[in-house]
Each structure stands twice: as structure tokens, then as C-alpha cells.
Design a protein around this ligand. Sequence first.
Ligand SMILES: [Zn+2]
Length: 476
Amino acid sequence: MMLNTCDVLITNAAGVVIPKVGIVQTNIMIENGKIKALTKSTQSVQASRKINAEGKYVLPGIIDPHVHYGVYTPIEEAAKTESKSAAIGGVTTMMRMLRLYDRYENIEKHLRASEFTHHVDYSIHASILRPEQIGDIQYLKKNFGINSFKIYANLGHDVNHILMDIEPGTHETVEREVNISDQIISDIVQEASVRQSSVLVHAEDQVMCSRLQKQKQIRSELTGMKITSLRVWSECRPPSSEANAIAKVGAYAREFGSTIYFVHIGSGTALDSILTEREKGNSNLYTETCPHYLTHTSDFFDVIGKVVPPLRTKIDVQSMWFGLMNGIIDTVGSDHVANTLLIKRGQGDIWSARAGFPGIATLLPVLLCKGVNEGRINLERVAEVTSYNAARIFGLYPKKGTIEKGSDADVTIIDLDLLQKVTPEILQSYSDYSIYNGWELRGWPVFTIVRGRVIMENGHVDKNTCGYGEFVRTAA
Ligand SMILES: [Zn+2]
């Protein structure tokens, strides 16, 4: 009999989840960072390392398509802490939302600064914030294989301040004014279509948000009341504002035949608008939701729940689950923001609190606990929305997003029965809080394996894997 060798052999799993195939009983042979074979029998297999996955399921490595890090701490530090937290959450590829104010020549500095500090693989979505940067789309694609670009339709008028990514080697947060006109939106969508790139869209109507926020702020100043309610925040940035922006971008997308990915959709109204635009055709429209829109409403008692777009109602939460179940929603991204409680809270009111919170480590546990274990979605669906779809949309498939011969050996082994209480210590981010603090979640990753190397095992991240994570190109 021929002797069959490999580096890592994963055996005895309760099931291996292969997107579009199903849950399969198989062993996985890994060699040189790739899946070598899926095999029924392990009789003649010799492996340097065997992982007994008895009672556990194996998923394609989680891809988090929406991560902000490098905004409150420089990327060389943020990559260390946040990719560690990613590994805790079973994430094998994290996609960074990069915001630079100057031209993108400066991106090399960012890439070099974090070249040897990631535990897991990573790629970049580049934000286009000024007309001059539209010319950078081709530059980024050609030179760095970056093929996805973000539009902040929400920025303009009185709501035009946003933090950029910190200059590597420094520690000062950088706030800038950004005004995204209809002209810039249209030009980006057109240029991306020409270059066959995808456009990520933050869909909110800046005029509407600006007007409503001003009104509410003036009223709260007059009464002298300290506003802490997330409901007020939601009223300032209503779902109808999302619908306006979606319709606008949808029209440009049809005109140019573009691929648009709507980030962080959390309201039923926004979801309906995307469906309406999809029905009109001549464009590819994708939808991302975030874990917090599946678990929290604006009744959440704490300003740490301030996020853009805001948390909504119970009915919206149900709509998001419905969208996940029936395939309307394509991906779940964390919209992770690596800040700390002190920065986050500001003066403790809704106006001075910062938007965004950490979430990369809890993305998968939330889906396993609230989705799978509570019977809303199955594991096949989890694999689609956390890995396969993002890989397909952003050009990573079949290198990533699946478990098949020749693919990168990125796998996340999960224990659906493991019950853990969420604490900042468990999540191991730079952030010292979580909106899930104290929640008992059932269902956690127990192994995070990137290109055949074990990065996380039972909640412990291997220190020596810092720097193992590679930059992944999304363009051929
Ligand atoms: Zn974001």
C-alpha cells in the first residue's frame, strides 16, 4: 500500500461544511499550506500533526469583510492586537477598511508597517474620499492587487468629520473633513466599473442626517438635558435616509453596470430598498449585515451601542435574521472598530460618544449561538455568509472560502456546545469592552488554522504566529 503523507491531518469531525456541497464526513489532509486531499480513510496516512476533531464541525476559515483597525492605534500595533482577536473568533482573513486622506502612494508605508505583525491573512478595501483619489483606483489595482473601493455617501454637509487611519509610527488620531458629492459617487462607480472593481457603499443620506442631527442637538442644548438614548441616535439617522442613498447609488450602478456591496445594512427598510434596486437589474448588488443588527436594538441602555447606521427596532432585527435565512443577505461583517471604553464614551452623551465598537471575535460565536443553536440558520448557511460569499464577491475564491483540494488550508473548527461568558479578556483585542460583555454564548471556534498553521487553539493564540499572516490580493 502506498504511504500517504501530509503536514496536518484533521480527523473524526462530526462534519466538514463545504459550501454548495453540504456537510460531509471526511478527513482533511493539509500539506504546504494547502488542502492536499479530502479522504474517507486515514489508514495509510502519516501526518506530522493530527487534530482529532471528534464532536466538532469544520468550517471554511472565516473571512471578516469589514474591519477597522489602524485608526486609534497605528497599524503596526493594531495588526498585532486585532489579528489576535480575529484568531480568537475563528477569522482567518480580515479585510481592512483603509482611509487615507492623501493620495494612495502612501499605502506602501501602511503595508510595510504591518507586513510582519498579522497573525492571520488580510486584505484591503481602499476608501475613495476625494476626487484626486479616483485616479488611484487603477494604481491600487495594478500595483497592489487591491480591487475594492469604499464610498462614504454619509459624509458631507454638517456630518463630514471622519477619522483617517493613523500614519504608521505615530499615535495621533487624525480627523478630516470629507465631502462626498453626487459627482464623486457617480465617478467612483463609473471608474470601478471600467476597472472591473467592486464598490463598497456606506449608504446614508448626508443631507437628511445633517438636518435631523442638528435639530435634535439644538433641542437637547436648549433643554440642557444629557441625551444618552440610542433611540434619539436612530431618529437622527433614520432608515429612510439609508433608502435614499441606496436608490441613488442603485441608479448609478444600473447606468454603469457595476458591482456594489452595501455595507452594514441593519434596517428592514434598507433591505427592502436593495431588493427593489436588484429587481431593476443591470448591476450586481450585494448586502452585508453585522452581528449587532442581529442581537441589539436601540433600547440598549448604553452609549457604547452608538454605531453608524444606528441600532434599530426588534422588527428590524427580525428582518435581518429573515434576510440571512432566505439568502437576501450575502455576508456578515463585524464592522469592528478597535477603540477603548474611555475614547468610546466621550462625555457619556450620545453626541460626544464615538461611533463603532469591537466585534471581530464575537461575529462567529453570535451566529453559532443565536443562529445555529437557536435554530434560525444551519451551518451551511453560516459557511456561506461568513466565508464563501465574501470570497466570491471579493475575488478570493477558490483560494479561500471553501474546503477543497488546492485551496488554502484555512479552516475554523467549532464546538457548538462550548459555553463561554464574553469578557474583554477572552476577546484579546486592544478594546477593553464588548457590547456582548457578560453574555453567555454557546458555540465557539476552538481551532483557527491559516494555510495549515494552527494560530489559535482552545482560546490560546500562538505567539510565534505573529507575522505569519500574509497580505492577500483581491485582483488577479
Ligand atoms: Zn465600517
